[in-house]
Design a protein around this ligand. Structure first.
Ligand code: HEM
Length: 500
């Protein structure tokens, strides 16, 4: 026994030393591939800066990197930002890359909502949501709802901060804005989180806790996060609380809306556009198609609306935040946007007020500026895929059902080969990958632009946002990114431009 111990110990030390220096000498960003534990230590070490970590590695390795996990961890992964692979996965061979059971396990909180499901149920969700969003009544509701939230929520808060002259977190304001707006639009319920006293609304902040926990589930072995969940500790504890906060908010809101609908004399025109009715029909269709689909219609509605609220709150608020940060760094762009607003909306010396969806489409330069912010800071920064059947990607990489593929959209927006030498600069033009592509491309793109343009135009035309100096700005290590410490700003009122 002694002999074995004495001979094994130096051998292990020798192995580790060899692996360490072999990888160290290359000065590569890639994590060291250790015996037994693979690259996991390097991955965990960089987990707090996951997007920069992926970018460092992928820019060094022609956009593809094979990650070797621990021997017994089932954690082999392919990181990619290769446009040919991404096009192949999202479009050309779409049917081989469903969200799949791994994704459903990680995102269990989203239940049977659109983000989390495949095949027939996904098609039912997609068809129902698309037809509702394309309805003329939806557009009217959207326009009314966004302006109502601007006039009753955003403007009074900005005016209060102008008067007080104190700094505040602009990201928090945008999160409250998008949360109230999407809740009013879908559930006809105004949580009023965007009030001057900035009340704490648990469901609103629960989205941050949910997003924070989910990336860790990608990074850590499943057994580890499951144990944390069972023990109700760490990020899993926050996730459990977030789940409770969603349920406590969404179920009563659904019941109230259903009661209202029952008591209301529905007019003919409203019957054509019945958000709740259409999703209930979708649920019945799903349960009738296959008897094994069991469930409860209230749970189905909870899942449906939670997914849409998540889609509507986080992506749009984070884009607005990065956009205003980039604008403060590029005052020329802000001036151009202000001039465009004045010319296209025919403003004289008055302050900007209401403009409609059609008019918002004339703000082309503003649109490009948002696209550029989305290129540099795509809200959905990572996408997770796994093939159903063994496959060979255009890059030549073999992927099996056990391989997790992590697509870094964040890296894709920073590749010199795609965007040129000035790829890290903010130069509004008209191309970007942020809404993905193929059959599962974002359904809310148009809605997001309408909303963001109305908010941005109101702020840019009437106010000036000043960054508080010396604040650290970085993206969170999460699937949907935001600013780690928020965006600290002050706001002053602007004098209307002289008409030309
Ligand atoms: C700047 C804002 C937005 C960005 C960058 C964005 C981006 C994306 C991306 C990348 C996906 C694909 C995700 C995946 O497959 O896992 C997606 C899906 C989706 N988005 Fe958006 N989104 C935005 C705003 C919105 C809004 C306001 C809504 C409206 C509620 C919305 C509704 C959806 C829906 C329903 C899907 C699921 C599509 C499907 O699986 O078929 N999005 N979005």
């Amino acid at each position: 026994m002694d002999v074995l111990e004495y001979s094994l110990f130096p051998l292990i030390i020798l192995c580790f030393t060899y692996w360490y220096f072999k990888n160290k000498s290359t000065k590569s960003s890639a994590p060291t591939n250790w015996p037994l534990v693979g690259m996991l230590p390097g991955f965990v070490h960089n987990a707090h800066r996951i997007h920069e970590f992926f970018t460092d590695i992928l820019l060094e390795t022609s956009s593809n990197f094979e990650f070797h996990g621990p021997v017994f961890g089932n954690m082999n992964m392919l990181f990619t930002s290769d446009p040919a692979n991404i096009h192949y996965i999202l479009s050309r061979n779409f049917s081989n890359y469903p969200k799949g059971p791994e994704f459903r396990k990680i995102f269990d909180i989203l239940g049977n909502g659109i983000f989390n499901v495949d095949y027939e149920l996904w098609e039912t969700h997609r068809k129902t949501t698309m037809s509702l969003m394309n309805h003329a009544k939806f557009q009217v509701l959207l326009e009314r709802n966004v302006w109502d939230t601007i006039v009753k929520g955003l403007v009074p808060i900005l005016d209060a901060f102008v008067e007080r002259g104190t700094m505040f977190d602009l990201q928090d304001i945008f999160q409250r804005f998008t949360f109230d707006a999407i809740s009013k639009l879908l559930l006809d319920h105004d949580p009023k989180s965007l009030s001057v006293n900035l009340p704490h609304v648990p469901c609103e902040k629960a989205f941050n806790d949910m997003v924070d926990a989910l990336l860790y589930r990608h990074v850590l072995p499943e057994s580890y996060w499951k144990l944390q969940k069972w023990l109700r500790i760490g990020k899993e504890k926050n996730l459990i609380k977030a789940w409770e906060a969603f349920d406590q908010f969404i179920y009563p809101a659904i019941s109230q809306k259903q009661e209202k609908l029952m008591n209301k004399n529905i007019k003919d025109e409203d019957q054509e556009y019945d958000l709740f009715g259409d999703y209930i029909k979708a649920y019945n269709q799903w349960t009738n198609e296959d008897n094994s689909n069991s469930g409860n219609v209230q749970v189905f509605l909870r899942d449906t609306f939670l997914n849409l609220m998540f889609a509507g709150r986080d992506t749009t608020s984070t884009t607005l935040t990065w956009f205003f940060w980039l604008l403060a760094k590029n005052p020329l762009v802000e001036t151009k946007i202000r001039e465009e607003i004045q010319q296209q909306l025919h403003l004289k010396e008055e302050n900007l007020k209401f403009f409609n969806i059609e008019e918002s489409r004339k703000l082309v330069y503003l649109h490009c500026a948002f696209c550029e912010a989305l290129r540099l800071f795509p809200p959905v920064a990572i996408e997770h895929k796994a093939p159903v059947e063994l496959d060979i990607l255009p890059s030549g990489h073999r992927v099996s059902p056990n391989t997790k593929i992590l697509i870094s959209v964040y890296t894709m927006g920073r590749m010199e080969s795609l965007w040129g030498k000035d790829c890290l600069e903010f130069k509004p033009s008209y191309k970007f990958p942020a809404f993905h592509a193929g059959p599962r491309t974002c359904l809310g793109k148009d809605m997001a632009f309408i909303q963001m343009k109305m908010v941005a135009a109101t702020i840019i035309y009437n106010y000036h946002i000043q960054l508080v100096q010396a604040q650290a700005i970085s993206p969170t290590a999460t699937v949907v990114i935001r600013m780690t410490h928020g965006l600290k700003v002050k706001v002053v009122k602007k004098v209307p431009l002289q008409s030309k």
